[in-house]
Design a protein around this ligand. Structure first.
Ligand code: AMP
Length: 328
């Protein structure tokens, strides 16, 4: 069935002169890599088409990618095909002008709750949307032109969303597709330097986090990052949010949480929820969020709500431990 959907998407791409790419707000490596990678793939294959990625959002972590395309008049959207990657719901699409496009294709690996496309290609078990883009290339490889640039973008998304090929969704096919991209000449040394070198200030912040993290009775690790902390360590909101990854390897902690105060108090506190084995998306959903079983996001507005969320996570961890022998 997915082969059929890929064929339909291929035909849609063929039918349009202008193709606009879209992704989600608070860009990450996967949606950035998939949108950039598709743009490079389609531009190299169809030089006569206009393929644009107009987004306007910035990311410190991905600043090395450089800017997206300049804005275009609203009228340019109306005869375009929109391809939206990695975005489960329409509100999360960062450039809301997607709605002006004539037709929408959704390509995503999140749980399907909002099939907003005329065509919806959703494979929840994929480790990244970039893996789907790589699979799309593989299906039409006789007709698509994979440049080194395209391969680097797509590989970047596969690496970042799978935690460097460590997370559960990684399969043999993930690795085969990644191998195909490497064969196209990906410069992994430069890519990993761009992705993983850390600023001195960020490392000082890491030391602070390990000094101040806390743990509930049933092993939920958490940290709260105030606005003051962000200013003291000279952190962008995005770098402060990356604190979640510092907590991921604690023995006995199946679940870890980061609470990051937003710049404007009325925006509340961003919650990032992560887990191993047990799932956290139901907890996120209770606090204005959602996501994947082991990676979700939410928002809380008061200290009481934050404490209630921690209690819920602790309860879920307790329940998991009770029903699963041998957990780590
Ligand atoms: P984050 O911690 O923001 O990287 O979020 C992890 C995952 O949870 C993302 O892949 C999103 O799919 C999802 N997510 C984050 N925030 C929300 C939200 N407010 N509503 C629904 N899903 C979310």
């Amino acid at each position: 069935m997915n082969e059929e959907i890929k064929q339909i998407i291929w035909e849609k791409i063929g039918a349009y002169r202008r193709i606009m790419l879209f992704r989600h707000s608070r860009m990450d490596g996967d949606c950035a890599g998939a949108s950039r990678g598709l743009r490079a793939l389609l531009r190299a294959t169809f030089p006569e088409k206009q393929v644009l990625l107009v987004d306007g959002q910035q990311s410190d972590y991905l600043a090395f990618l450089g800017p997206d395309d300049a804005p275009v008049p609203d009228g340019d959207y109306s005869d375009a095909l929109a391809i939206v990657v990695d975005t489960a719901t329409r509100e999360r699409i960062s450039n809301q002008k997607y709605a002006l496009c004539r037709e929408i294709v959704k390509i995503d690996h999140h749980i399907e709750t909002d099939p907003y496309g005329a065509v919806n290609w959703v494979e929840e078990e994929r480790s990244s949307v970039c893996e789907m883009v790589a699979a799309f290339y593989e299906t039409f490889r006789e007709r698509l032109v994979l440049t080194r640039e395209a391969a680097e973008y797509i590989f970047m998304g596969m690496v970042t969303d799978s935690g460097r090929f460590r997370f559960g969704g990684v399969t043999g096919e993930t690795m085969r597709l990644a191998g195909m991209l490497l064969d196209a000449g990906v410069d992994t040394e430069t890519l990993y330097a761009n992705l993983y070198l850390q600023d001195y200030a960020a490392l000082k912040f890491k030391a602070y986090v390990y000094e101040n993290m806390q743990r509930t009775e049933h092993g939920v690790a958490y940290i709260h990052v105030t606005g003051d902390m962000q200013r003291r360590f000279g952190l962008s909101f995005e770098t402060a949010s990356s604190v979640i990854s510092y907590l991921e390897n604690i023995r006995g902690c199946l679940c870890w949480l980061a609470f990051i105060e937003c710049e404007q108090p009325e925006e509340g506190v961003r919650v990032r929820l992560r887990s191993r084995f047990m799932s956290v998306n139901a907890i996120a959903e209770k606090y204005r969020g959602g996501g994947h079983a082991c990676a979700s996001g939410a928002t809380v507005y008061t200290q009481e709500e934050q404490e209630a969320l921690i209690r819920d996570a602790d309860e879920a961890a307790k329940e998991y431990q009770k029903t699963h022998a041998g957990w780590m």
